[in-house]
Design a protein around this ligand. Structure first.
Ligand SMILES: Cc1cc2nc3c(=O)[nH]c(=O)nc-3n(C[C@H](O)[C@H](O)[C@H](O)COP(=O)(O)OP(=O)(O)OC[C@H]3O[C@@H](n4cnc5c(N)ncnc54)[C@H](O)[C@@H]3O)c2cc1C
Length: 418
């Protein structure tokens, strides 16, 4: 682990100080690419880790050290950045340290959305009551882990990717899990109704009780701990531990206070540059061409592109076509799924789908004109690479008979996979 960085004001030998705020996937990747000239500032007490794998830690599959990211070569300062003084070009930290920069990169990620549930916050309270956790950080994960044993009653609020991951991890730890989802199906942003139903069946087989179209109204706190989750129809769920998986919001406070242009995220151009040319932003906190991705692949691609920009290799960033992948382990075999683009057709689109109820597999692609615009694969992912490539390149699909289209055509015309 890198020792806390004591900044002495000495500029690195190459004369350009790049300071990166945030030791998540994007910040750490950028620091790896830039080498010793990058100074990392991160508030989390743990060595930088791969957030995507937190559910595996919660499930007990991995210990925290397994998901640590490779060490970065430059200095790392373990503190929170509290202010960016653009005039003096200095980052002020909670620890009292002042870190000067020539180039500053915001890689501050996202904050969990805390829903306005009755009883969740006492008037004036700044902290959540006991027994309720977000699911964003290693600390959240370890705190949750510490309270879950066989038979613990757990309620997960939110049935997106995060809620589904949390529910299956808690179920694997032996908890009695109830998952409440406001939308009509699980992972409605990524999955079409049929694939969502397969995920639902899989979770149900793990023992998770699922309520869709179910709005949570409030929580009941007893002796400082959440003990009840109250649904909109008046139904009350008893709970020992409650997980809030209600989405995330880009963490833009520092940028906003520094007077940078902020929309949903920190606005950046194709050089990942903010409205101040000395300050860049990457990952979950950045908004590029109207999009805040909130996903790992775009965060890594933005970090790589910015490394190119800052080292003169000048990769412009033009956007990411991000694929969602999830593996839901089960003793009877894992359920793998991948989804990309638009999984529901518009009028006039061509849709091809193959389903095998016995094997629990489902494959569907949506084609608009001569382009692949989306697809979802459940249980049978052999063709995911070829499909993702056809989607990411956004090129016209080759006509039937052209052998370069073989993987896609196989998927469209042959049952049983490749
Ligand atoms: C449980 C879970 C499962 C996920 N699963 C998937 C998945 O399957 N697929 C997928 O694509 N994505 C997934 N994601 C989302 C993915 O993790 C994020 O998109 C990715 O981590 C974004 O990287 P980032 O570096 O931009 O932000 P983050 O990883 O959030 O890192 C930001 C870091 O900056 C630090 N920071 C913020 N402000 C300051 C400050 N002022 N001073 C110092 N430090 C600061 C934060 O503490 C944090 O460590 C998942 C997320 C979670 C929580």
């Amino acid at each position: 682990m890198t020792a806390p960085y004591e900044h002495d004001g000495t500029p690195p030998r190459d004369g350009s100080r790049v300071v990166v705020i945030g030791t998540g996937l994007a910040g750490t990747r950028l620091a790896q690419r830039l080498g010793e000239r990058a100074v990392l500032i991160g508030e989390e007490a743990h060595a930088p880790y791969n957030r995507v794998l937190l559910a595996e830690v919660l499930a007990g599959t991995y210990t925290p050290d397994v998901i640590e990211l490779p060490a970065t070569p430059g200095p790392r300062l373990r503190t929170r950045a509290v202010r960016v003084d653009r005039e003096r070009r200095v980052v002020q930290c909670e620890s009292g340290a002042e870190v000067p920069y020539d180039t500053l990169v915001l890689a501050t990620g996202s904050n969990p959305v805390l829903p306005p549930l009755r009883g969740l916050f006492e008037p004036g309270a700044r902290e959540l009551p006991g027994g309720v956790h977000a699911f964003r950080t290693m600390d959240d994960c370890l705190a949750l882990s510490g309270t879950v044993t066989e038979g613990t009653r757990a309620v997960v609020i939110g049935g997106g990717l995060l809620g589904v991951s949390a529910a299956r991890a808690l179920a694997r730890r032996g908890a009695q899990v109830v998952l409440t989802q406001q939308a009509e199906r699980l992972m409605e942003r990524q999955l079409d109704p049929r694939s969502s139903e397969l995920v639902r069946r899989h979770l149900t087989a793990l023992g998770v009780e699922i309520h869709t179209e179910c709005r949570v109204r409030g929580v009941g706190v007893v002796d400082g701990r959440v003990r009840r989750v109250e649904l909109h129809d008046g139904y009350v769920l008893g709970t020992d531990v409650t997980v809030l998986a209600c989405g995330v919001r880009p963490r833009t406070g520092l940028a906003q206070a520094a007077g940078l242009d902020v929309g949903k995220g920190v606005l950046v151009d194709d050089a990942l540059r903010t409205s101040d040319p000395r300050i860049h932003a990457v990952g979950d906190c950045a908004q590029h061409a109207g999009t805040v991705y909130g996903l790992a692949t775009p965060a890594l691609e933005q970090a790589d592109a910015l490394a190119g920009v800052l080292t003169g290799g000048a990769d412009a960033y033009t956007g990411t076509r991000a694929l969602t992948r999830l593996t839901l382990p089960h003793t009877a075999g894992p359920l793998d799924l991948a989804a990309f683009g638009e999984t529901e057709a518009l009028p006039g689109d061509d849709v091809v789908q193959l389903a095998d109820a016995t094997r629990g597999t489902y494959r569907k692609v949506v084609v608009r004109g001569d382009r692949l615009v989306g697809g979802v694969l459940v249980g049978e992912l052999a063709s995911v690479g070829a499909l993702a490539h056809a989607w990411e390149s956004n090129e016209p699909l080759p006509a039937a008979g052209d052998t370069t289209a073989a993987p896609l055509l196989h998927l469209l015309t042959h049952d049983g996979g490749l």
